[in-house]
Design a protein around this ligand. Structure first.
Ligand SMILES: [Fe+2]
Ligand SMILES: [Fe+2]
Length: 474
């Protein structure tokens, strides 16, 4: 199923056969480009960037690489191929035929789900727009821009669904996706994490590791949807999302590696000594990890959710990798939650499984997050240090759900507000941490050169060497 690049909007959905839809999207296209010029990566729009572009949606060779100026990137509409035998995989309608059109009863709910997902895509581009200036290498600069153009394409993916299946409401929502802006006091992005500024590259790597991974799990849930076009869109988005998490995973790995090199050179694990040498001490890495991991945990919503239960019952949003479960109806099962008891302790509660779907998804997410942490810790262990990076408890620093506003240690033990305040500088980035990290942020824009706070990557992109000119600056 190859992609039609002859049309103004590249696509594999035979857009040319639906003139009304094609015209509506061609009308939205210049608005998108204007948004990209205004709020996309600042000051690098005329640079030639070594980017991959999707050319077909099958597993082999969906990406071609070449130099592209970002505003000329071919943003388009790519869905995985339709499986004519696909059946509804969960909920009350389990086993029935999937939907090619939206049942009237679910229209508003599906629109909300698509808008909420769609809103995160341009939000992250806005959050990251200043980072080009301080990229630690051309390799990293290129990766940033690859992530940015693909988030732009993910916006296209959701806007296509809004235009194609939701009529006028959908078109209005598509416009509003370009009107809300990350951190805007009057018209912020929908979800909290996507209004947090990303001013430095340590935060960027944490974001791509933890927050793009939330994206992965949301997309996995939507890839199970009975609304087949949504499922197929998300399946293809997941192939792109993998690179974003790779950027975060290897980015943090390289920060840790550099820190360990300096610890060895100077024979010290004193944070100040490491900082004086221009590297990032591991305690600071841990604090940034605590911040972004916990912020991302909130994106899954409350532990108990009647919305999640009805999404599941109606077949709109499933569990990630639904096929791995034995019972796809999940009506007789229950789930055990540990909740705060209101007086400084915890209590156990059994809730119906369907109401626990957010927690089920969050738990799979946490398990996935642990994989990178183990890898980073292996480096630390091999270097002979007892220190280990840790994911904090899912109770820690929550703003949403049963643990919202309940002070706990990173291990999840409830404590008093005073104790929390006293320990906060050890657990979360302080102003002086942020000032220190910002002081390291200077752009390194010569091929093969790396900033002093990060180790070079093990290999380059698409079999090119690390010192390849990944971005040609004008
Ligand atoms: Fe995305
Ligand atoms: Fe992403």
């Amino acid at each position: 199923m190859s992609i039609n690049y002859q049309d103004r909007i590249p696509n594999n959905v035979d857009l040319g056969s639906n003139r009304t839809l094609q015209r509506a999207l061609e009308h939205w296209q210049p608005e998108f480009l204007k948004w990209w010029e205004d709020l996309g990566p600042k000051d690098f729009q005329v640079a030639d960037v070594y980017l991959r572009t999707a050319t077909s949606v099958d597993a082999k060779g969906w990406a071609t690489y070449g130099y592209v100026r970002m505003p000329e990137y071919r943003w388009g509409i790519f869905l995985n191929e339709r499986d004519p035998n696909r059946r509804i995989g969960f909920g009350d309608n389990y086993g029935q035929e999937v939907w090619q059109q939206i049942p009237g009863a679910y229209r508003a709910t599906l629109r909300r789900l698509i808008v909420t997902q769609g809103d995160t895509e341009p939000a992250s581009v806005e959050q990251q727009r200043m980072l080009g200036h301080t990229a630690p290498s051309l390799y990293d600069l290129r990766n940033l821009f690859q992530v940015n153009v693909e988030e732009g394409r993910h916006l296209w993916a959701m806007v296509y669904l809004l235009h194609a299946y939701f009529g006028r409401d959908g078109r209005e929502e598509a416009e509003e996706l370009l009107e809300r802006h990350s951190g805007d006091a009057n018209k912020p992005r929908i979800l909290g994490t996507f209004n947090e500024p990303i001013r430095d590259w340590l935060s960027f790597f944490m974001f791509t590791y933890f927050t793009d991974r939330d994206g992965k799990f949301q997309l996995k849930s939507l890839a199970e949807s009975s609304f087949d076009p949504l499922a197929r869109t998300c399946q293809f988005m997941l192939t792109e999302e993998a690179h974003h998490m790779f950027v975060g995973d290897t980015g943090i790995n390289r920060v840790v590696k550099r820190s360990l090199e300096v610890m060895k050179e100077l024979n010290s694990d004193d944070s100040q000594v490491i900082r004086n040498a221009g590297a990032i001490d591991l305690l600071t890495v841990q604090r940034y990890l605590n911040f972004w991991f916990t912020s991302s945990l909130d994106l899954f919503g409350s532990e108990t959710s009647s919305n999640a239960a009805s999404y599941f019952a109606n077949g709109l949003k499933g569990r990630p990798d639904e096929a791995q479960y034995e019972d796809h109806v999940a009506i007789e099962q229950s789930y055990q939650l540990d909740l705060p008891d209101g007086s400084g302790g915890t209590k156990s509660e059994q809730i119906p499984m369907r109401n626990a779907m957010n927690e089920v998804t969050r738990t799979s997410y946490v398990r996935d997050c642990e994989i990178g942490v183990k890898r980073w810790n292996r480096l630390i262990e091999k270097a002979g240090h007892p220190f280990r990076l840790n994911l904090p408890s899912t109770r820690f620093r929550r703003s949403i759900g049963n643990w919202a506003g309940v002070p706990t240690t990173p291990e999840g033990a409830p404590i008093s507000a005073e104790q929390f305040a006293a320990h906060k500088p050890q657990w979360l980035p302080t102003e002086s941490d942020q000032a220190f990290i910002l002081s390291l942020m200077h752009g390194v824009h010569q091929p093969g050169k790396m900033a002093a706070w990060i180790a070079p990557p093990d290999r380059g992109i698409n079999n090119n060497p690390v010192d390849y000119e990944y971005v040609k600056l004008p």
